[in-house]
Design a protein around this ligand. Structure first.
Ligand SMILES: Cc1ncc(COP(=O)(O)O)c(C=O)c1O
Length: 415
């Protein structure tokens, strides 16, 4: 992997040491150039040039193709959303629309989930649904704890594939096995994984997945995918109805899909088509066209680099960072091992450490931004369920030299 070439796409990272991909990726030219191409086509070309409406844009199907390749899915299992929390709510509401939530039902999450998982599921309490929270052990959620939490009354298990704080990456295939044995669904929030670590949704047998593009995928701020397993695209009715989400029959694509132009347009008859047997039935209207252009460009770029190559590099950066941090007396709280063994399959570059004192963690984290010449940006304090410290998230554009500079400065601050 040519890191110098990757860095050329990030014009600001020579002026700082950017270690915050888990928050959001730094500005990059792949993204920017695609947005500009879209807007230039708008300004100088025709409005019919694929830039006026995301649905008619040539980039829409291409983005789905590249996205499907990156996550081991089929393009017709993808629905475009703008943020993760939209996808979480969409699935909660879709399940309730198909079978009303009721007292006696339960949903399972972990105490290492991002807060929006809890907020989304909390809405079910008014229906009497029990919210079960499986607790971590040293940042990990163990198989036996998940098995205890899930039973025949569980209607949904929400797993954050990589914990936003501890960096622990779950074996989602195992979570799906446990859930499916009880006849329940798994919703995988993979925003902290995709773009850094290989994800294969078909192999894991995931039911639903949500992701946004602006972190490890280095994409625009308001683009994301909701994945719905093929069989569920046919089984579940959408809770959000739109004239866009209809199927007018085989071979009818593009503008002809819509009721415009029919002699009886606007009569009830033209509304009444079945839903397509794809994730298109879950779409919530039109998305931002320039964001789709940008996301398509970024996904294509990541696929060109190769997800296995990115994973290898990020795993190496994560292990290198962990070794260096422990070398100056910090404790790495992300489950890891110096050898590239099985434990490291449960992590990538996202790394949580502590200096040993909460006060010192806070003080040094604030001071890192004042590092002379090049500030260190990205490390943030993160605590969940009593587990936490400082989160550092290098990505494929970072170098070992940058990690050395960060660790050497931290050592100085700690003394
Ligand atoms: C695991 C996880 N899920 C969801 C989000 C938030 O996503 P959004 O703002 O797109 O809803 C974050 C943000 O850090 C996250 O880490």
């Amino acid at each position: 992997m040519n890191v110098d070439k990757i860095r050329e796409n990030f014009p600001h990272i020579d002026d700082m040491i950017y270690l915050g991909a888990a928050g959001s990726a730094p500005f990059n030219l792949v993204n920017y150039n695609a947005v500009m191409e879209c807007w230039n086509r708008r300004r100088y070309g025709s409005t019919l040039g694929g830039t006026d409406h995301a649905w008619f844009s040539e980039k829409d199907p291409l983005a789905r193709e590249e996205g499907a390749k990156l996550i081991g899915a089929s393009p017709d299992e993808l629905c475009i959303i703008s943020r993760v929390v939209q996808g979480l709510n969409l699935i909660k509401d879709t399940l309730g629309y198909n079978e009303p939530w009721k007292k006696g039902d339960n949903v399972v999450m972990t105490d290492q989930a991002y807060p929006s998982t809890g907020h989304t599921l909390l809405a079910l309490k008014r229906h009497g649904v029990e919210l079960r929270v499986s607790k971590h052990r040293d940042g990990r959620v163990m198989r036996e704890d998940m098995e205890k939490a899930v039973d025949e009354n569980t209607r949904l298990v929400v797993i954050n594939r990589t914990s936003v704080g501890s960096g622990f990456t779950y074996d989602v295939k195992q979570v799906c096995e446990i859930a499916h044995e009880k006849g329940t669904y798994v919703l995988d929030d993979a925003v902290q994984t995709i773009g850094s670590k290989v994800v294969d949704l078909h192999d894991d047998d995931v039911d639903f997945m949500v992701t946004g593009s602006y972190k490890w995928q280095c994409g625009p701020p308001e683009a994301g995918f909701l994945y719905v397993k093929k069989s569920l695209c046919e089984e579940l009715l959408p809770c959000f109805w739109s004239y866009i989400n209809v199927d007018k029959g085989p071979g009818i694509t593009g503008f002809d899909k819509f009721p415009f132009g029919a002699a009886d347009h606007d009569s009830v008859k033209t509304y009444d088509y079945p839903f397509p047997k794809t994730a298109q039935r879950f779409e919530q209207g039109t998305t931002a066209t320039d964001e789709i252009w940008a996301w398509h460009a970024v996904l294509k770029w990541l696929n060109g680099l190769g997800k296995e190559n990115i994973e290898k590099r990020n795993m190496r950066l994560g292990i290198y960072l962990s070794e260096e941090l422990e070398g100056i007396g910090c404790t790495v709280k992300t489950p890891w091992n110096p050898e590239p063994d099985a434990l490291n399959t449960h992590r990538h570059a996202l790394t949580m450490y502590t200096t040993g004192s909460d006060e010192l963690d806070r003080k040094t984290t604030a001071q890192l931004r004042g590092r002379p010449i090049k500030q260190v940006k990205g490390p943030t304090m993160k605590y969940q369920a009593g587990y936490g410290g400082v989160r550092v998230s290098p990505h494929f554009y970072n170098t070992e030299e940058e990690i050395d500079l960060f660790v050497a400065y931290l050592k100085k601050l700690m003394s």
